[in-house]
Each structure stands twice: as C-alpha cells, then as structure tokens.
Design a protein around this ligand. Structure first.
Ligand code: LRH
Ligand code: MN
Ligand code: MN
Length: 425
C-alpha cells in the first residue's frame, strides 16, 4: 500500500514542531550543528521487524486473532512497507523458517515487493522449538542437545536450510534460539548437553557462507522451566568464542532473570567484540514480549548509552537491531510503531549525553554529577528531534496519528478480510 499525503499531513503540525525543536535547542543549549549531527545519526538508524510480530501473538492460554492481518510473506512485507513509509526506520524484515518458507518461484516476487518499499532482509531465524508437519523426529526432548544424534542431525539440516533460504533473499546472518533444556532436575546431564550443542553448532557454523554471521540467543527459562542449555550471556559467549569470529551473542531484553543489569552485559560484550545485536521488547516478569519502552524506558536508555559509547569508540561496530515483541491485545502495527518510537527516543536521549563530562565525573569519583548527567539527558523531551529525522526522510510527523486518521487498518481489513490466520506464533 502506497501511503498518500504524508507531506500535507506533516504540514498541519509544522508550526508546533518548529517551536518544539527550538525549545529543545534552547533548553539543552545545543547549536544547530550539534542538532544536525544527532538528526543525521537518527536518520541512518534502522530496526528490523520480525515477520512474526505482524500478526497478533498469543499466550499459552489462547490467541485472539486480530483483523486484516497478513496471511503470507508478501503481505507481511507490505505491512513492513507501511511501517517504513510512516517512520522511515523500519527498513528490514527478519524471517522465521519454516513459518516464512519461500519456494523458488516466489523469490522474485518477494524480492521485488521488498525492494519496492526499500526493505532489506535481516537475520533469518531457525525453529527447532516446534515439531513441523511431516517432520520425522520430534524435538520434544531437545534439538541440538538431543541424546539421539539422528535428531541433532535433523536440526542441523534444518539450520543449513535456513541459511540457504536466507541466501535467496540476501540475508547475512542466522539467529539461533534453542528451547533445549530440562524441566526437571536429573532430566539432562548439563555438561554433555552443552557439549552436544557446541558440536552441533560447529557443524552449522562450518556451513556459514564467508560473509555470514551466527547470532546465538540465550534465555534462562521457558519453555523448559528448570534449565536451558544456553541460559545466559556467559554460555552464549563461550559458545561464540569457541566457534569463531563469525559467531556472536544476541541479547533479547526479555531473556533475563528479574533485575539483571543488561547494560553491563552489553558493555562487556562490546568490549570483547562479541555483541551481535538485540531483540528489543519489554517486560515486568519474564519473557513478556511487551511493547518496547512500556515498562523500563530508563533501562533502555542506559543500554543505548553503552551502545553510543561503543559506537563512538569503534565506528565500525556493526550491530543487528530487531524488535521481538508480539502480544495478544493490540493492533500489531500500532504496537510496532510504538516500539520503534521508544527505541528512537532512547537512542536520541543517549546521543544527548555529554560523555566527555561523564568521563570527568568518573575520574573525579563525582558520583552525584555522574548520575545528574545521565538523568539530565534522560529527562529531556527528545520527541521533536526524532520527528525531525523522520520528516527529513519523508516519514510522518506522528506515525500513529497518521495510521489512525487514514484508517490504514480498516483499509487492510477491506483488502484481506476480517480474520486471517497468519503463519507464526
Ligand atoms: C524466544 C524468542 C526467539 C524466537 C522468537 C519467536 O523466546 O524470543 O527470539 O525465535 O521468540
Ligand atoms: Mn528473541
Ligand atoms: Mn523471547
């Protein structure tokens, strides 16, 4: 769907926007050049959208299907096309195989559809946490950690196929998340399970094309509730370290036990050049997959401070940014617009921090002022600068408002019908 009238929509907000931008400059005492520099960095920032977030998610208690949701990959790309036209920061999609399996004759159409909306293909995700129809062996007791080599081989073959699929669309990385683990003490020999995962991952790693990377995601529990084989960043890191330079650790914000200091993990991984990137979401209890910034925007800001510092120290640092949030009750496109906005705001706030001054407070052990510097940036209303970056790129001043005013969901329902079962969660 090609969106109309974005410029005239923006025009109606022009005066209010310019005043807000001016106030920001004056209140933060920043020059036009400094503002321009921040806008420039925001303009190049792109967050990939996972194909599975475009339909309503669910919980183990049920799924309440939304309306006008995409029924196939082409429609999922069209949805990302809507998001990207509105915010100009959603220029990539991340596929999940087999939910998004492509046949040879579809490739051309899919690539053209994506190109039309300037959408790239981000990491491809494997799925060995569900049994698929017609699959000969079950993952009930694990995939890459399974005691039976035949099951491990099946999972390895699947991951190689995912790489093949990714190559067809131009992806450059494979994300591996395993649900492998145990629900009861005694069920699994920890050491042997990890060893089997390491050996299996090596077979997949050796299959990676020259310019590909492997992202290893960790998660402390669920669906296994006693232990998971790759439970934390340390385990992911040691696997990545043992596999080689193409393997890195992927941080999903929801995959931590309560109160974990995620920003410290991020700093450590950057230091060791082993940070792959992120799955952004938010949570109060566990892997809740809620809208980014819905609960802990300050944590998100602190994470971005580490990232901004990391990128300043090493301009070639290249990370994968992706949303991994999907819930049961909101319109998925509205939810994603909110998530991307929260990410951009945290990034913009982190760009406002005076890192030189922060360093001085650290060297002087001035704890009070170190805290002040961070909170001062965090408490700045950076919405005008994020909007400015978006407008300069041709996006909407207020994407959510445009989405509602132009009745985009209603238009999708008209095209696709009320209830469509999208493949995925
Ligand atoms: C696991 C996870 C992982 C998946 C996605 C569907 O909780 O976050 O990234 O592949 O959910
Ligand atoms: Mn994830
Ligand atoms: Mn998750």
């Amino acid at each position: 769907m090609q969106l109309k009238d974005i410029n005239s929509f923006n025009e109606s907000y022009r005066l209010q926007h310019l005043k807000a931008l001016d106030y920001l400059k004056v209140s933060r005492n920043i020059t036009d050049d400094q503002l321009l520099d921040i806008v420039q960095q925001l303009k190049t920032f792109q967050v990939a959208i996972p194909s599975w977030a475009l339909g309503t998610g669910g919980t183990r208690f049920g799924r309440f299907s939304g309306a006008g949701e995409p029924g196939d990959l082409q429609q999922k790309i069209q949805d990302v096309g809507i998001l990207h036209q509105l915010n100009r920061s959603s220029g990539a999609i991340s596929l999940h195989i087999p939910w998004d399996t492509l046949s040879e004759d579809e490739i051309q159409t899919i690539r053209e559809e994506a190109a039309q909306y300037e959408i790239l293909f981000d990491a491809v995700n494997s799925n060995t946490f569900q049994d698929q129809e017609g699959q000969s062996l079950s993952y009930k007791f694990g995939s890459l950690c399974h005691v039976d080599k035949a099951v491990r081989n099946q999972a390895i073959a699947h991951m190689k196929e995912v790489i093949d699929q990714g190559q067809l669309v131009g992806s450059k990385s494979l994300t591996v998340w395993l649900s492998d683990g145990a629900s009861f003490p005694g069920q699994l020999d920890f050491k042997e399970a990890l060893q089997r995962v390491e050996e299996s991952l090596r077979e997949v790693y050796d299959y990676l094309p020259e310019d590909w990377q492997m992202f290893i995601e960790y998660k402390p529990y669920e669906p296994n509730f006693y232990s998971t084989v790759i439970s934390d960043w340390g385990t992911s890191y040691l696997l990545a370290e043992s596999l080689g330079p193409k393997a890195k650790t992927l941080v999903d914000l929801g995959h931590h036990l309560p109160n974990t200091n995620i920003e410290q993990i991020v700093a450590t991984l950057i230091y060791k050049n082993k940070l792959a990137g992120f799955h952004f979401n938010d949570s109060k209890y566990g892997d809740d997959d809620l809208t980014v910034g819905a609960l802990k925007p300050y944590q998100l800001f602190l994470i971005f401070c580490e990232l901004v510092k990391g990128m300043k120290d090493n301009p070639s640092l290249s990370l994968a940014w992706m949303i991994d949030a999907s819930h049961n009750i909101k319109d998925p496109l509205e939810d994603i617009l909110q998530s991307v906005e929260a990410i951009m705001l945290a990034y913009a706030q982190a760009l406002m921090v005076d890192y030189k001054a922060l360093k001085e407070t650290q060297l002087a052990n001035d704890v009070t002022y170190a805290q002040e510097i961070l909170q001062d940036a965090y408490r700045t209303d950076v919405r005008p600068v994020v909007a400015e970056a978006r407008i300069q790129e041709g996006g909407a001043y207020d994407p959510l408002q445009y989405y509602r005013q132009y009745q985009l969901r209603e238009q999708l329902i008209e095209k696709r019908g009320l209830y469509v079962k999208a493949s995925g969660l």
